[in-house]
Design a protein around this ligand. Structure first.
Ligand code: SIN
Length: 483
């Protein structure tokens, strides 16, 4: 941590009710690139989680009664501070998560952009008037904050996933309790330090770092004072959390797993498709929910695409994300590498061919080489499961109908990508893909102005955009009579 200029950004206790709360035991944060210890962080308990919810409840009245402009001004300061400390925040992120420093900088700007966006959007929470059915009545609809929001967020975007949820919550007038992944708590705690410097009042933004995922998860999903629960993570865990939330009928939004198809049609600009596949697949070493999971290529352009794609992937440099020029960092743990490798091996034994990569290499067991498999079919393990690693399975197709059927043959429905130029085809395919987000001739889909979210078992609700506040607000219908 010597490389961090502003040492006060390195926080090692949970942030609850405006205080740094020391715990009895410690969680060790490890650099996945080197296995070295980065920091020891207090391990918060269920009692701490309950206290955080109570603090958020206590702060609710003050925060929700501020005007949208007052909240926006404080959030704007938070955004400015995050951008002013982008370099340090990015280094903290790379040290605990592993992604290349340039990508980490991008994530800080991406996370901060949600704070900026929602600060402004909070000023545009309009209600409605509805013509009444009787002359002496009026119907008015107002929007109010839901109350205390609790979240659980993953290690793959330690800053942006919290920012995306907390920014919408705070802009709507809600208070927030977040549990970041125990592998990557330092980014969340640094955000809390900057929220405090920005003047966001005590109890409005709380971060609980604790290894007791089940105990703390139960508090956040079952506490009667939590009005809304939001989660980003796997579909399997999301289902359990939804069930827990049912006990108190919480408002829920879920951003769960994906199995994104990336389709290259015969009329596509092949160079652009190669570039899109590269970023959508190998960003964060393939560890994003919207990462390309299956590459479908029209048989007529398969050879050209594969040749160019292999040559582009060969140029990617794998290594410690702190080193200049590295494009692909480590995977979060050796267990995660073993899971990716098992999918690759199982698919090879089912008939897939290894074109590139397929092993950890010399850097150690938290790395996995950028890998390409050909002769893949849509029923192989590598195509059926969310890979969460730097592996591209290439599957040929002949017709639009065939590829749409294969792309949609998954329980997931988060992101999909396709490359084509024919305008009729572009509309047909965009409308036929059963996914919440469709990128057309584009490899990067995420930004604060757009509604991020999935259909089917990829989740519910939308984050970001003008729709993103809806999940954090209740509609209240006022019926005025006797006029
Ligand atoms: C995720 O992987 O869950 C989020 C990816 C993104 O925001 O682009």
């Amino acid at each position: 941590m010597d490389i961090i200029k502003d040492k006060d950004l390195i926080k090692t206790h949970s942030y609850i009710d405006g205080q740094w709360r020391e715990g009895d035991s410690k969680i060790t944060v490890t650099n996945p690139a080197t296995g070295e210890k980065v920091a020891s962080v207090s391990d918060a308990s269920v009692t701490d989680a309950n206290y955080a919810v109570e603090s958020a409840k206590k702060a609710l009245k003050l925060w929700s009664s501020k005007s949208a402009t007052e909240r926006a001004n404080l959030m704007r300061k938070w955004f400015d501070l995050m951008m002013a400390h982008q370099g340090d925040l990015a280094k903290i992120l790379t040290l605990e998560q592993g992604k290349p420093l340039a990508e980490a900088k991008g994530e800080i700007a991406y996370g901060a952009s949600y704070i900026e966006w929602f600060a402004e959007e909070g000023k545009r929470v309009y209600g409605d008037t509805i013509p009444a059915l009787a002359g002496d009545k009026r119907i008015v609809v107002i929007k109010q904050p839901v109350g205390v929001v609790a979240s659980i967020t993953p290690w793959n975007f330690p800053n942006a996933m919290i920012a995306r949820k907390a920014a919408a919550a705070l802009a709507a007038g809600c208070t927030f309790v977040g549990r970041p992944a125990s592998q990557t708590p330092l980014s969340a705690l640094a955000m809390a330090e900057l929220a405090e410097r920005a003047g966001i009042p005590s109890g409005v933004f709380n971060i609980v770092v604790g290894d007791d995922a089940i105990g703390i998860g139960k508090v956040l999903t079952q506490h009667p004072d939590v009005a809304k629960f939001t989660f980003t993570g796997s579909t399997a865990v999301g289902k359990q959390l939804i069930a827990q939330c049912a006990t108190t009928v919480k408002k829920v939004s879920m951003e769960l797993g994906g199995n994104a198809p990336f389709i290259v049609f015969d009329d596509a600009d092949i160079d652009a498709a190669v570039e899109g596949a590269l970023v959508s697949k190998y960003r964060n070493a393939g560890q994003t929910c919207v990462c390309t999971n299956r590459i479908f290529v029209h048989r007529d352009v398969q050879e050209t695409f594969t040749e160019k794609f292999v040559s582009a992937v060969q140029k990617l440099a794998m290594g410690n994300g702190m080193k200049d020029g590295v494009n692909v960092g480590p995977i979060i743990s050796s267990k995660a590498v073993a899971d990716v490798d098992a999918l690759v091996k199982a698919s090879i034994s089912d008939g897939a061919s290894l074109m590139l990569g397929g092993e950890s290499g010399e850097l150690g067991d938290t790395f996995y080489q950028p890998t390409i498999l050909t002769n893949v079919t849509n029923d192989m393990p590598i195509a059926r499961n969310e890979i969460f690693g730097p592996v591209s399975p290439i599957i040929p197709f002949d017709t639009e109908e065939e590829v749409i059927a294969m792309a949609n043959a998954t329980e997931y429905g988060l992101a999909a990508y396709f490359y084509a130029r024919d305008i009729g085809r572009v509309w047909r395919i965009a409308e036929s893909l059963d996914f919440g987000m469709v990128a057309i001739n584009e490899g990067i889909i995420s930004n604060a102005a757009a509604p991020f979210g999935g259909v089917k078992q990829s989740g519910s609700g939308r984050e970001g955009s003008k729709y993103g506040l809806d999940d954090y607000m209740e509609l209240k219908y006022l019926c005025m009579g006797g006029i």
